[in-house]
Design a protein around this ligand. Structure first.
Ligand code: ASP
Length: 459
């Protein structure tokens, strides 16, 4: 498409849309910042005994929710509103993945091209994850987060849950009952069933034209529903972020500050070097435009700590604001939420070094290679939900002979890191979608360059 289309003079209606669009994304950003501030404020009020015990109990029970280990009957306002928001975006995942994949795949029709796109996406996902672990190991070896740290390793107890084994993950790719997969939200199985449905529709062509039209309209409805739900994003984000920071023990953070810093540095380097490098060198796309248009999804990822819950917003940003075709994004985004977790892999790389240093166990070069391999594979079979990275970490630790109990040392502060690594996880999905789309002529450059593309609906 011509570059000019992006530069056309904007009509008053477009200008109005632009103002409204920025209003929503700005309020989401403001909500996040106020949430951070209020969370820390509540935390200080309670942990420093600034308020009386009665008020502290009231705040924990009725304002914050279960953060401080409250019982089931506690009704925390922040908890309830936050969960309402998460539920409403999660509600859209299964319909969105099914319908958008059916539409996306049936509109390509060329099986060879689909195979090529799929292979490219999966290869990019695996290679970037391996790079992420390698980068994490490098940064952690330079910063030595676990050196000179004295934590009570004897007391550390972590009930490790077994990570799914790879053979089972592969067998489970094909559902025996697609309705069961949909009720359970098993992403890979839904993807498989939707792919097959889309392919069948594509090969039947004109005969099922009515069905194609039906799915396309259904897709419009789903996208509109997501836009409506996103109107509540500022409130949801405020509650979720306030709750996390209100409950985060500052005392717990101190001994682990270096561990947290190492992860944050590695995450930023991965974003700033690997993804930005890929965008500009391979995709020849503006990095600034990417982050400007994608940050609403990044904020949802940060507050929910779940790539899965972010799928609707990631998909919306990538297709409507960044111009990736539905046929690429409908496959790459839900698949990426499940198998592409570079941020999680980075945490695992740093955690391996940290735990080995705290326990005083030396790792060899072969161990490092093993960590790269297992952390890459570990991300494949697990869903993008909060805390899953810690479960697969036990698999990585055991592989190199480190005690899985080491996880108990870092579990207390994991939520904040989970929020940060989820941002990187979804950025990876978006960047790779863009690069693959560009290489396959499935990227609308005019949409990418147009600052007004994908304006949100307004109240
Ligand atoms: N919460 C992350 C995600 O949803 C996974 C993890 O690192 O625990 O992508």
């Amino acid at each position: 498409m011509s570059e000019n289309s992006a530069e056309q003079t904007t009509s008053p209606a477009q200008q109005q849309q632009e103002i409204k669009k920025s209003t929503l994304t700005t309020s989401v950003f403001i909500a996040l910042i106020i949430g951070l501030g209020s969370g820390i404020f509540l935390n200080i009020l309670i942990s420093q005994n600034i308020v009386s015990t009665e008020i502290a109990i009231f705040l924990r029970k009725f304002i914050i929710g279960d953060t401080f280990g409250g019982t089931q009957s506690d009704i925390g306002f922040l908890s309830v509103v936050g969960e309402l928001f998460i539920n409403s975006i999660k509600m859209m995942i299964v319909p969105l993945v099914f319908v958008s994949l059916v539409c996306g795949i049936s509109s390509v029709g060329d099986i060879k091209k689909l195979g090529r796109i799929g292979t490219k996406i999966i290869l990019y996902y695996l290679v970037t994850t391996a790079m992420a672990v390698a980068l994490a190991l490098l940064v952690a070896n330079l910063l030595n987060p676990g050196q000179g740290i004295h934590l009570n390793v004897e007391a550390a107890k972590f009930a490790s849950q077994s990570a799914p084994d790879l053979a089972q993950v592969i067998i489970n790719l094909i559902p025996t009952n697609p309705f069961d997969s949909m009720t359970k939200g098993s992403m890979l199985q839904i993807i498989f069933f939707s792919l097959l449905t889309g392919l069948a529709i594509a090969t039947l062509g004109e005969k099922v034209e009515g069905i194609i039209r039906f799915f396309n309209r259904l897709n419009d409805i789903i996208m509109q529903m997501i836009s409506i739900i996103m109107l509540a994003a500022p409130y949801g984000i405020f509650c979720l972020v306030t709750k996390v920071f209100a409950g985060q023990g500052i005392e717990m953070i101190k001994p682990l500050a270096m561990y947290m810093l190492t992860i944050v540095v590695a995450l930023l380097l991965h974003l700033g070097i690997v993804y930005s490098g890929m965008l500009s060198l391979i995709g020849r796309l503006s990095i600034v435009t990417f982050f400007k248009k994608f940050y609403s999804a990044m904020m949802i990822a940060f507050s929910t700590a779940s790539s899965n819950a972010t799928v609707p917003e990631t998909f919306k940003c990538v297709t409507e604001k960044l111009g990736v075709s539905r046929s690429v994004a409908s496959f790459s985004i839900p698949l990426g939420a499940t198998i592409n977790m570079d941020g999680t892999a980075i945490m695992q790389g740093v955690a391996v070094i940290f735990i080995s240093q705290v326990y005083g166990i030396n790792l060899t070069m072969t161990d490092f290679l093993m960590v790269i391999l297992t952390a890459t594979l570990a991300s494949i079979g697990t869903a993008g939900v909060p805390g899953v990275g810690l479960i697969t970490l036990s698999m990585v630790l055991i592989q190199v002979g480190l005690p899985a109990n080491g996880i108990a040392l870092i579990i207390g502060i994991d939520r904040i890191l989970d929020m940060s690594r989820t941002v990187v996880n979804i950025c990876g999905d978006a960047v790779i979608s863009l690069i693959v789309a560009k290489s396959e002529n499935e990227l609308d450059q005019a949409v990418y360059d147009n600052p007004n593309a994908g304006a949100e609906i307004t109240k």
